[in-house]
Ligand binder design. Structure first.
Ligand code: FE2
Length: 199
């Protein structure tokens, strides 16, 4: 099984005005596609060929940097598209909201800490909500890394590579993060990943 580029789960213009059609065209059709194509080339003939994306990510970390970079970014982007939806943000489903308050203090605090992690990730990378040892935590990682390679399971991630926001927000990464958390997050999908992570 090789990597395949999934379709976006909505139209290219569906996330406007928070994320433009132009951003999604470049981000999905050029950047994610390049991770898939390069990942497949680097995967060929390795002992990880035929494994799941998660297994390739974890198996290549610290061993095959080129393959890891592309596999990690492929995994991250598969979920990133689904972590957003038109008319996103808003209410968090009850059980997840309760757990967020329990582990992170309040929904407001979670949003602040998440945005702060994204704003302070130096250079390219991601900020996350992840489940580690049964608790929801906020994390940030550089480049294509994700919580899977740090003993945690990601339930929400925001891409803070410039390719994700520069067309729409220029250098204003904090404004992009605010729009993401307030207007784009698909909390139903976050809940799905939280339930899978704690099952
Ligand atoms: Fe990206």
């Amino acid at each position: 099984m090789s990597f395949t580029l999934p379709d976006l789960p909505y139209a290219y213009d569906a996330l406007q005005p928070y994320m433009s059609k132009e951003t999604l065209e470049y981000h999905h059709d050029k950047h994610h596609k390049a991770y898939v194509d390069n990942g497949n080339k680097l995967l060929e003939g390795t002992d990880l060929a035929g494994k799941s994306v998660e297994e390739v990510v974890v198996g290549s970390f610290g061993k095959n940097q080129g393959l890891f970079n592309n596999a990690g970014q492929h995994y991250n982007h598969i979920h990133f598209w689904k972590w957003m939806k038109p008319n996103g943000g808003g209410a968090i489903p009850g059980n997840l909201e309760k757990k967020i308050i329990e582990d992170l203090g309040s929904v407001e605090k979670m949003k602040e800490d998440f945005a702060q992690a994204g704003a302070t990730q130096f250079g390219s990378g991601w900020c996350w909500l992840a489940v580690k040892d049964g608790k929801i935590i906020v994390m940030k990682t550089p480049n294509g890394e994700n919580p899977l390679v740090h003993g945690a399971k990601p339930i929400l991630g925001c891409d803070v590579w410039e390719h994700s926001y520069y067309i729409d927000y220029r250098n204003r990464r904090p404004d992009y993060l605010k729009a993401f958390i307030e207007n784009l997050v698909n909390w139903e999908y976050v809940t799905e990943m939280y339930e899978a992570a704690t099952r």
